[in-house]
Design a protein around this ligand. Structure first.
Ligand SMILES: Nc1nc2c(c(=O)[nH]1)N[C@H]1C(S)=C(S)[C@@H](COP(=O)(O)OP(=O)(O)OC[C@H]3O[C@@H](n4cnc5c(=O)[nH]c(N)nc54)[C@H](O)[C@@H]3O)O[C@H]1N2
Ligand SMILES: Nc1nc2c(c(=O)[nH]1)N[C@H]1C(S)=C(S)[C@@H](COP(=O)(O)OP(=O)(O)OC[C@H]3O[C@@H](n4cnc5c(=O)[nH]c(N)nc54)[C@H](O)[C@@H]3O)O[C@H]1N2
Ligand SMILES: [Mo]
Length: 800
């Protein structure tokens, strides 16, 4: 604590300046306060690469868009569920906490009474804030499980396609990556394929010390390691560390990799010994590459025509990868697309053909860009969270209707089409009939594709309850809005690191709750009380007692297992605020798939053949038209060169130069939609979310940096601010994910006047295998906006 400074009237008011250690997705930091108000943030001294976004976090609680009191949608208050069609077009009325909680409890009680748990969408997908007690999603699910359950979901919006295909190909969803210590010792080439680690490693699902960021930065000018980025957008990582940029068209990675495989085969560079010893299905894939299967030889010239990467660059890349110890660092951008299973599967095939899987520093890793993947983990107990999987505390009378679990990214489809049957990774799923939606800690109006379709589907359920801190579009589409305090306004505890397990930090409360907001624990305990579930919900513990319990549980586990790092007594931990785990030699030198490579029979993979699978009999037996049994290049409906196949081809052709391919990657200024409430002013152009466009495409359309532009697809239209830049390839445009959705009627047209990319994306499944969400695979037209530019209103509270 800093010394108190003097005020003019010291007898009336003592000015206090404080530093409080806490933790966010962007890392640990000291919250600086003066007179109870946040004034800034100072990074934690052990943070290897503090986030540039910390200052914005310190202003977040005071955003104008902050929800200050419980609110109910006006016509819901008057007409209840009969007013559901007004969602998104209504005003809000402030009510007391008692009133809001009574209404929410009524909606929950009546849904379970009339329809049972299969009518409840309680998955509440989202990134909330760290905190193992005030984990809004766990708290919501804990409450709903006590009521009898809710519709379970599979997959995520992050890794649906890759996490579904890798078990077929490698026998594991998310293989541990070869350690960075090994990479730094052995690797000669790093291919950043569809990833931007200096952007995406800025955050962690828990919190972070940014070890990965520091290592990636150290690759700049490295004497041995050369880096190459394959991406339609020149990633910030490549710009910072000086990588070669291979600017492939979006969605053409498989074509590009097929061209590389062709060169490897023709020039005897494919490691046939490894392929026959460690894989199955290479003969089938090889014949596809050579064109024996479909009559198309996947030559570099063919690959060049698809990907836009010159044939000689493809040849050079193939030879360079084969001649050097090469690690393919595969990101998750390419798999959030139609047929998104195929690029990661093809990348596994490419790594197998290079024959370096299981060698130190070679092969493929799929999480170097995320949560410090590849960093050797520390040694210590994992902190748990408040349990959400609790048995029902009341009798469940209604039989379950529909399937118990659905693919998470079919959410809008589920809301819209109860009873619909779909295929999903070998099973048949029947959608339940949703009557109640409850979200706490996620922003579906930012994360789900095709926002306009979501808006329609969202108007079907009888009631929508949202616990949020900000007036984003999800709050603006709710019936009952419960104001949650931010993590800076409550105390909590969190582990440090998703893959890396760096320790535990106490997130001490820095400021009082803003307005009438309450912690999620307080909100859900109050709801539990109204539902007669207070005792099983709280187990008689306060928020502070839960925090201590989670710590004591971790401590006794560590004592029982004789772990070297014993956690200190609670009192010492509370005083220190943080414990960091030591890094041990035994966690270093890890080489992924080394045992398997040495002796595949003794260390079989958990795949259908025990080997790396390049042709899957199991996938073949499913007979899905949208997921072939070996990695292949399939062209989606809305792809480069495919406008003529689109339902309304004319709408996609505009006189000023035709359609462009949309890419919507992560923003370095946000975590999805989080922080936009405070960053919008400095990150906007022309008062809106930016759209990156190549000079060639911009000049065809008479667009200059700073112009307001209209970007539209078959699904909807947004306004954005143009940034003309060489860092996006011709034919592609970028609207980063997570800009807030601000729907307005402008000259008779329904427009999002701020620039949320998901207004443009299609809500199609990646394929019947994963049913994953799609963030790219959209054709858009772009034109200069010549009308009057409407004011963005979404960062102010809605009307009363
Ligand atoms: N087009 C496109 N779409 C995408 C992606 C893409 O790249 N492009 N990425 C996808 C991916 S990978 C993901 S994971 C999803 C992410 O989608 P989300 O996780 O839904 O996005 P966030 O903006 O992080 O939403 C978290 C919400 O929780 C609120 N919140 C924060 N802390 C608390 C708290 O303590 N209590 C409560 N009650 N609320 C809190 C925040 O204000 C915010 O509104 O988006 C997906 N959608
Ligand atoms: N700053 C910040 N960091 C984050 C997040 C955030 O919102 N902000 N979100 C976090 C979350 S939840 C997740 S799941 C991870 C996601 O990590 P990723 O999914 O890897 O991140 P994205 O930005 O969606 O995509 C990575 C890259 O893929 C590129 N890309 C898009 N389409 C294609 C394609 O067809 N081919 C190729 N070769 N490249 C393509 C994009 O331009 C982008 O640079 O990031 C995490 N980190
Ligand atoms: Mo994600």
């Amino acid at each position: 604590m800093a010394p108190a400074s003097h005020s003019i009237l010291p007898e009336l008011r003592i000015m206090t300046e404080r530093e409080t250690l806490t933790a966010s997705h962007w890392g640990l930091f000291y919250a600086l306060t003066k007179d109870g108000r946040l004034t800034g943030a100072r990074p934690f001294e052990k943070d290897c690469a503090p986030s540039p976004n910390l200052e914005d976090i310190a202003s977040l609680p005071y955003a104008e868009a902050r929800i200050l009191e419980p609110m109910v949608r006006r016509s819901f208050l008057e007409r209840g569920k009969d007013s559901r069609a007004d969602r998104g077009n209504d005003s809000y009325v402030p009510v007391s906490w008692d009133k809001a909680l009574d209404l929410a409890a009524d909606a929950i009680r009546s849904t379970y009474r009339d329809f049972g748990p299969s009518a409840v969408w309680g998955r509440s997908y989202g990134w909330k804030s760290p905190g193992s007690v005030n984990n809004s999603i766990a708290l919501l699910q804990r409450l709903l499980n006590l009521m009898g359950g809710y519709i379970e979901t599979g997959n995520s919006y992050s890794t649906a396609a890759i996490g579904t295909i890798l078990p077929y190909a490698l026998g594991i969803k998310d293989p541990r990556s070869t350690g960075w210590d090994t990479i730094l010792e052995h690797t000669e080439r790093i291919v950043l394929w569809g990833c931007d680690p200096l952007v995406t490693n800025d955050i962690d699902w828990t919190t972070t010390l940014h070890e990965g960021t520091e290592i990636f930065r150290s690759l700049k000018g490295h004497p041995r390691i050369r880096t190459i980025a394959v991406n339609p957008v020149c990633p910030r990582t490549a710009q910072e560390i000086g990588s070669q940029w291979i600017a492939a068209r979006p969605g053409t990675d498989c074509a590009l990799m097929l061209g590389i495989l062709y060169v490897l085969i023709k020039e005897n560079l494919a490691d046939e010994a490894f392929l026959s010893r460690c894989t199955t299905g290479w003969p089938e894939l090889r014949s596809y590459v050579l064109g024996d299967e479909d009559g198309i030889a996947k030559t570099p010239a063919w690959a060049a025509a698809e990907s836009g990467v010159p044939a000689h660059d493809i040849e050079a890349l193939a030879r360079d990868m084969a001649a050097h110890r090469t690690m393919i660092m595969f990101g998750w951008g390419p798999q959030r697309a139609r047929y998104g299973e195929l690029p990661p599967w093809m990348a596994v095939a490419l790594a197998a053909a290079l024959g370096q899987i299981g060698l130190p520093g070679g092969g493929i890793g799929t999480n170097y860009h995320y949560c410090n993947g590849g960093c050797p983990p520390g040694t210590g107990p994992q902190l748990g969270q408040i349990p959400s999987r609790v048995p029902p505390a009341v009798p469940v009378v209604h039989p379950w209707k529909g399937s118990r679990a659905v693919p998470v990214a079919r959410m809008a489809d589920v809301l819209a089409h109860p009873g619909k049957v779909i295929a999903w990774n070998g099973s048949r799923i029947e959608y339940p009939d949703v009557h109640l939606v409850f979200w706490a800690g996620g922003n579906p109006f930012a994360h789900h594709p095709d926002t306009r379709r979501l808006e329609e589907a969202w108007r079907r359920p009888d009631a929508v309850i949202v616990a949020e801190s900000f007036w984003n579009a999800t709050a603006r589409h709710a019936d009952i809005v419960l104001p949650a305090s931010t993590f800076l306004e409550r105390t909590d505890i969190t582990p440090i690191g998703t893959y890396i397990n760096d320790g535990i930090v106490l997130m001490k409360q820095a400021i009082d709750p803003i307005g009438g907001s309450k912690s999620d624990y307080a909100i859900f305990s109050a709801l539990a009380r109204r539902l007669g579930l207070e005792e099983p919900f709280t187990e008689g513990l306060t928020e502070a007692e839960w925090i201590r319990k989670l710590y004591e549980d971790a401590r006794s586990r560590s004592l029982a297992s004789g772990l070297k790092t014993l956690l200190p007594k609670w009192e010492s931990f509370e005083k220190a605020g943080v414990i960091l785990y030591p890094h041990e030699k035994k966690n270093e030198g890890y080489v992924a798939f080394a045992d398997f490579r040495r002796d595949p029979e003794a260390h079989p993979l958990k795949t259908e053949t025990g080997k790396i699978v390049l042709y899957s009999e199991r996938i073949a037996s499913l007979g899905y038209a949208d997921c072939p049994p070996h990695p292949a290049y399939l062209k989606p409906y809305e792809a480069y060169g495919n406008a003529e196949h689109a339902a309304d081809a004319a709408a996609l052709r505009n006189p000023e130069g035709g359609y462009l391919q949309l890419v919507s990657p992560k923003s370095d200024a946000r975590l999805h939609s989080q922080l936009n409430a405070v960053t919008f002013r400095k990150s906007q152009i022309a008062g809106r979310e930016i759209c990156l466009i190549n000079p060639a495409d911009a000049s065809l359309r008479n667009i200059a940096t700073g112009d307001v532009i209209r970007v539209s697809s078959l699904r909807g239209a947004i306004l954005a601010g143009a940034v003309v830049t060489d860092s996006v390839r011709p034919g592609a445009v970028v609207v980063h994910h997570g800009g807030w959705f601000d729907p307005q009627k402008v000259e008779g047209e329904a427009l999002d006047v701020h620039g949320s990319s998901n207004v443009l994306t299609p809500d199609d499944p990646a394929s019947s295998l994963s049913c994953g969400n799609i963030a790219s695979t959209a054709l858009v037209q772009v034109s200069k906006w010549t009308g009057t530019a409407p004011e963005v209103k979404v960062f102010e509270p809605p009307e009363n």
